[in-house]
Design a protein around this ligand. Sequence first.
Ligand SMILES: C/C(=C\CNc1ncnc2c1ncn2[C@@H]1O[C@H](COP(=O)(O)O)[C@@H](O)[C@H]1O)CO
Length: 174
Amino acid sequence: MNVTVFCSAFDLDERYTGPAREFARLLGERGHTLVWGGSHAGLMGLVADEAKAAGGKLVGVSVELLSHKTYQGADELVMTRDLAERKAVLLARADAIVVLVGGLGTLDEVTEVVELKKHGLHIKPVVLLDTEGFYQGLRTQLDRMEAEGFLPKPLDQLVRFAQDPAEALALLEG
Ligand SMILES: C/C(=C\CNc1ncnc2c1ncn2[C@@H]1O[C@H](COP(=O)(O)O)[C@@H](O)[C@H]1O)CO
């Protein structure tokens, strides 16, 4: 399975890097391909290193703006013109999407894939790994949208939350 992962481009504390490493290791060990932003920066680089060391294939989808951050050692590198094209390729190359902890870039990416799913433009699983309750704020907002009629379909048809890496993988593998 091709699993697109969105995550932080920053170096983070062990309480975030530990579960991210574990998820990447499970991906590699189960023979999945990591599709990601193609960068060596922060958590993105760490996840790529770990998936590769565990035997996984890597497909990086980079962007001209950030080409100086490109990860060396991916099995395939796709260079896109801008962030919009990059998001489209990251989604097109995915069988499923997993969101690890991240900042505004990650939030932009997950919002786009969920919005496209809302409109029926894809049916790929989207799983947020809620490390250290990082996504509880987003979940509260989404629950409110669902409860107060802002969503056209049940929230769990758009996005699922996993408490740990094994659960995230189980949700992808069905
Ligand atoms: C940290 C610095 C530059 C960031 N470099 C990036 N390289 C590749 N991809 C990136 C970068 N920044 C954002 N992205 C994309 O957004 C997500 C991470 O962003 P966040 O704001 O850290 O959550 C990630 O999934 C990428 O696709 C300066 O040294």
